[in-house]
Write a protein that binds this ligand. Structure first.
Ligand code: EPZ
Length: 415
């Protein structure tokens, strides 16, 4: 198994171009199940999760081809509405095939995803919504077995904001009879991107990006030709990379408006951040100021940026507090950062980070996708060589991050 080697202490500078958003690309690929014909999706990041999703679609009899950042899907040959455990367990987002399959085929057999490093990750709200739309949903031998002659529009209220739950049910409702209202819906930009793709396919959707989404079911949809939005979490990771190395980076092909909470916190920490619609210029400062962060649903501070800003706070000139409100176990990076000399105490979902003058390079282990990013950021700032193992976690969500960091002057390699 390969590791990443970083000789830290270098200021990063230059320009970086952001790839397509993983968490928009995956639901948009699932939307290709909703109708036959050739869907063309561009600006798709080259990630392990996209490869896995492709295997799940091919396992159903769907044509899935990737040329660089472009993917074509033809689900005309959809014969096997199933997603097996051995694929689903490697990527929880596979659950996104559930709504489209029930809507298109009237049935689905999808493995329960199981938990992951950051939490139990239940899908009860996905299943509640499908039942409200008229599906019969059973759990058999670790699989969700769902069926419906024809889904009927319903009023669905989520008792917890769920991103993929909102996406699954928005897709299912697109082909249901009548109107569906999703209340307390997730407002993430990835929901809006999916809605735009569905509307291009002929779906009738209003309110995406707000907490009430209305979907008028239609008889049929048509293939999409859609470009995925830039990845706001990759963007945020490079914002922190500039701040933590006292660097000077111009981030291009991004949507700065998706990162208000992150830009606000990094600015509070002392970096100089200048944003236009599609670029963010970040100038780090020698002194990093402590900030307190509470992760919240969008537009609050994203949980997917929590590990990354913790690395920055590990070097602040004071104490910071981070409160992780979304997932119950999203501090697995803390033990690894401590190995690098960080002074962090945790109590449940709260972490207190007392900044230290320097981090010391060490061999560390990635535990999940965003924890991997936080270790890379810490390694970029630490003196000496940091070696990060289990980097398959990183490859799930970052497209060529070593090449992008090397181009900014980082001494980073995979071996
Ligand atoms: C999506 O996960 C993202 N993944 C996650 O990104 C992200 O961290 C998360 O949203 C929150 O923003 C994708 O979009 C593929 P949730 P999702 O359903 O949809 C509870 C990354 O690093 N919940 O919004 O699975 C759940 O336990 C990944 O790119 C239920 O209780 O998250 C959690 O506490 C990690 N029942 C909260 O809601 C349900 O049926 C939010 O989860 C569903 C969720």
């Amino acid at each position: 198994m390969k590791s990443i080697y970083i000789n830290g202490g270098k200021k990063l500078s230059g320009e970086v171009s952001i790839s397509g958003a993983k968490n928009a690309a995956l639901p948009i690929l699932a939307a290709g199940l909703l109708c036959g014909g050739k869907h063309r999706i561009t600006n798709v990041p080259q990630l392990a999760d996209v490869t896995t999703f492709g295997r799940i679609l091919q396992n159903m009899g769907i044509a899935f081809e990737r040329q660089g950042h472009e993917i074509t899907i033809d689900s005309t040959g959809l014969t096997n509405p199933e997603a097996p455990y051995d694929l689903v367990r490697t990527m929880r987002a596979s659950v996104l095939v559930l709504g489209p399959l029930v809507a298109r085929m009237g049935k689905a057999r999808v493995s329960l995803p199981g938990g992951c490093a950051i939490g139990a990750r239940p899908i009860n709200l996905h299943l509640m919504g499908l039942e409200k739309l008229g599906a019969t949903v059973e759990i058999e031998h670790g699989y969700v077995v769902a069926s419906a002659k024809k889904l009927r529009g319903a009023h669905i209220c989520f008792d917890t904001v769920t991103v993929t739950g909102t996406e699954n049910l928005m897709m299912a409702a697109a082909l249901a009879e009548g109107e569906t209202t999703l209340e307390n819906a997730a407002r993430e930009p990835e929901i809006v991107d999916l809605a735009h793709a569905l509307i291009q396919m002929g779906a009738k959707i209003e309110g995406a990006g707000t907490d009430v989404i209305r979907i008028q079911g239609v008889e049929n949809l048509r293939p999409m030709d859609y470009t995925v939005m830039p990845d706001r979490i990759e963007t945020g990771t490079f914002v922190i990379a500039a701040a933590i190395t006292n660097g000077d980076i111009l981030i291009k092909n991004c949507f700065a408006g998706h990162l208000d909470a992150v830009i606000s916190k990094v600015t509070e920490a002392g970096a100089i951040v200048t944003a236009t619609d599609h670029t963010i210029h970040v100038q780090g400062q020698r002194v990093i100021r402590p900030v307190n962060v509470k992760t919240l649903e969008y537009p609050g501070f994203p949980t997917d940026m929590q590990a990354q800003i913790m690395s920055l706070m590990a070097l602040a000139d004071g104490a910071s507090m981070i409160n992780e409100t979304i997932f119950e176990n999203r501090f697995t990076h803390v033990a690894e950062l401590r190995r690098m000399g960080a002074d962090i105490q945790t109590d449940g979902r709260t972490a207190i980070i007392k900044g230290v003058p320097k981090l010391s390079a060490a061999p560390v282990m990635a535990t999940d996708l965003r924890a991997s990013a936080s270790l890379i950021l810490a390694g970029l700032a630490a003196e000496g060589q940091t070696v990060i193992s289990r980097i398959y976690h990183l490859d799930r969500g970052y497209d060529n991050i070593e090449q992008k960091l090397s181009a900014l002057g980082a001494d980073i390699r995979r071996a």
